[in-house]
Design a protein around this ligand. Structure first.
Ligand code: ADP
Ligand code: ASP
Ligand code: MG
Length: 466
């Protein structure tokens, strides 16, 4: 079998974790499988890099840089020494050199007092740059040949939308050329989360982007399967940190997982299904800490479940924008003006609802985009195209997902009756035309309760249909 295996941050958090990863790889390698690996940064490292990068242009001193470099050095050198003791002399200097590069760029950004999206992407790719050579060495330590590559070397060329780049359509061919041959003789270890533009500047694919890297590489090498290794047994009926009796779903469709990840199920990056789906590759989500568990298989086929609903998600980090104005009634082109203004500033609109009076359009955007969205809409106010734009950060979006909702009357009624009984006020509702999802917006403090109520209403902690 040809497998693409992706290991997330928790799966490589320290040397014992890396030991487990190499056990898994060794077992498949000895069986004769061809394996390509995509790896994330160690848990928490990308967050640390983002935090320091964001603070540099404004902070008066550079005192945070040295402690960070020291912490990263200790953590990575300890992991290397324990996971690949025979490779400290070879890989240690590579890590040191990368830490020096990182140190230099952090100082440069501070000196310039300017963090461009391009320099930020470069900085936050260092988590993967520091970790991948350690995993490569740990694989070699077991006598398995390995080649380490960054995302760009592996063939991931992207749009220049720094921080949220998308792979270009010709990636398949490039990845096949770069990795196809390597696979025959060794286990390539590819740094996830990053790619580059056609001009060669480093880009990142969005938070949790290694899942997307995995799917791009998996599609490029025509893998038989793509395995996403994480720290839970598979995709669950809801976030296990919110719902303690959430259950692993044995099988979901590409469409269902796209809906779940788009609406916040952190277990997968939202764009990571598309490349696998295009090539019809089965994606499995599995637990590095419990590898014998079958996990969740993600396939094209939509399996119906008698409960209709399969899973729920909720996202807190969203904001609502209500656009009002009687002038909007019957006036063609107002919606176009609104959405073009937002698209020009690359604001991603997650949900849309329009009142039948046409005097109101409500949108849900990522909270981080709210200020830019407000700036983008300001000219419409001054031109009199809309009368008022009201922002509300105190909202959460909940999505109810299950392909069985297609043509199953009464699901919406059941959802909103249960929420009404529980006293949860619903502020906005939207249903995807694919009918695999009904999403709605509530006050932020009601989010977890709304998910709890619906998890019980649809009996999601019970075993799914066979
Ligand atoms: P990794 O480092 O492996 O990429 P992440 O932290 O990105 O892991 O994603 C895994 C986490 O996603 C789990 O530990 C879990 O807490 C969270 N999660 C949120 N929603 C779900 C869900 N529906 N199913 C499974 N895990 C979920
Ligand atoms: N390291 C990156 C992040 O934390 C990518 C990933 O983990 O998938 O977002
Ligand atoms: Mg992740």
């Amino acid at each position: 079998m040809r497998l693409l295996m992706k290991f997330g941050g928790t799966s490589v958090a320290d040397a014992p974790c890396i030991g487990r990863v190499v056990d898994i790889l060794e077992q498949h390698y000895n069986k004769g499988d061809e394996i390509a690996v995509v790896v994330s940064a160690q848990r928490g490292v990308t967050d640390q890099l983002i935090e320091i990068a964001n603070g540099l242009p404004t902070s008066k001193d550079v005192s945070a840089i040295e402690p960070l470099i020291k912490t990263l050095r200790t953590r990575h050198m300890t992991t290397l020494t324990e996971a690949a003791p025979g490779f400290v002399n070879e890989i240690g200097p590579i890590i040191e050199e990368r830490l020096q590069d990182l140190n230099n760029i952090l100082h440069a950004v501070h000196n310039l007092r300017e963090l461009t999206p391009r320099s930020k992407d470069y900085i936050i790719s260092y988590g993967e740059r520091l970790l991948a050579p350690i995993l490569g060495a740990a694989i070699e330590q077991r006598g398995i040949p390995s080649v380490v590559m960054d995302g760009c070397e592996a063939g991931i060329v992207t749009t220049s939308q720094h921080g949220e780049s998308t792979a270009l359509p010709d990636c398949d061919e490039r990845v096949r050329r770069r990795i196809g041959g390597v696979l025959k003789t060794s286990v390539p270890v590819i740094m996830g989360f990053m790619g580059c533009t056609a001009e060669g500047s480093v880009t990142t694919l969005g938070r949790s982007g290694s899942d997307y890297s995995a799917s791009i590489i998996g599609a490029g090498i025509d893998a038989n399967e793509i395995w996403i290794w994480t720290d839970v047994d598979g995709i669950m009926t809801s976030d296990p940190r919110v719902i303690n009796d959430a259950r692993v779903m044995p099988e979901l469709s590409y469409l269902e997982v796209m809906e779940l990840s788009y609406f916040g199920a952190k277990v997968m990056h939202p764009r990571s299904i598309e490349p696998a789906m295009r090539k019809n590759i089965l994606v499995r989500v599995k637990n590095t800490f419990n590898p014998s568990h079958p996990g969740t298989s993600i396939v094209r086929h939509q399996k119906r479940d008698h409960r209709v609903v399969k899973a729920l998600t909720y996202i807190e980090k969203v904001a609502a924008i209500n656009i009002n104005g009687a002038q909007m009634i019957g006036r063609p082109g107002v919606a176009k003006s609104i959405f073009s203004a937002l698209a020009d500033r690359e604001v991603n609109v997650m949900m849309i609802s329009q009142g039948s009076s046409e005097a109101n359009i409500s949108l849900i955007v990522d909270e981080a985009h709210l200020d830019i969205a407000a700036q983008a809409l300001a000219p419409l106010l001054s031109q009199g195209i809309v009368r008022e734009v009201i922002q509300n950060r105190n909202v959460a979006a909940v999505a109810v997902v299950g392909s069985g909702m297609v043509g199953a009357p009464g699901t919406g009624g059941k959802i909103f009756t249960a929420l009404g009984k529980a006293g949860v006020n619903v502020m906005m509702i939207s249903q995807g035309s694919c009918e695999a999802n009904i999403s709605f917006v509530v006050r932020q403090e009601d989010g977890p309760r709304a998910v709890r109520v619906l998890h019980d209403e649809f009996h999601l902690s019970e075993a799914p249909d066979e």
